[in-house]
Design a protein around this ligand. Sequence first.
Ligand SMILES: O=C(O)c1ccccc1NCC(=O)[C@H](O)[C@H](O)COP(=O)(O)O
Length: 222
Amino acid sequence: MMSAYLSRRTRVKICGFTQAEDAACAVALGADALGLVFHGPSPRNVSVAQAGAIASAVPAFVTVVGLFVDADQAWVREICGSVRIDLLQFHGEESPEYCAGFGRPYIKALRMKPGVDVGTEARRYAGAAGLLLDAYQPGEPGGTGMTFDWGRAEAVCALPLILAGGLTPANVKEALETARPYAVDVSSGVEGERKGMKDHDKMAAFLREVYEFDHARRDSAL
Ligand SMILES: O=C(O)c1ccccc1NCC(=O)[C@H](O)[C@H](O)COP(=O)(O)O
């Protein structure tokens, strides 16, 4: 009988879409989840109309993630009422009570500043569907293109861990080898010249690297 380990594959979320054709490409390449940023100051911020055009073209079984940073609750509700959002992602200082207040599954981002303990935060956000670990850059809430010490993500924790921050096709295998997360999340590392515009070749290369990592690990376990 095949063990859970043998059937294991790394999920991939690509974040920060602003163009429907980039999102369609990510789906065709096999991405598991697409992130839409609802945060005005971000260069990847999308309007309701843009988000609707992207989300409505996403097929069943691919997750549309709505990302917010310390947003007004009414704004989160308004987006959820206007756009298909399957999963919420909170990227600021939101409390567990705030995150749970929308009656939807959510993931909580942790910016890995010194002293942040993944196990402690996992207990705090026990109701989350996953914990996303991102780099800490003062004054920048996310999408920084910066990495952090992936060894800190090896923590034993009851929640699925999503590794983010500065991942690229060139470093994602090493990151997977070190941290062994449930999923990886990438934004800048698959962009071209402009933030929010995804490079289709980079997205393909990123997904290929993850696929190759999973297959090599599975083969070595046989
Ligand atoms: O992408 C943004 O512009 C953004 C703005 C504010 C909060 C979060 C943001 N992105 C969050 C993500 O999910 C990114 O994918 C994650 O931070 C990793 O980004 P990157 O280092 O660029 O791969």
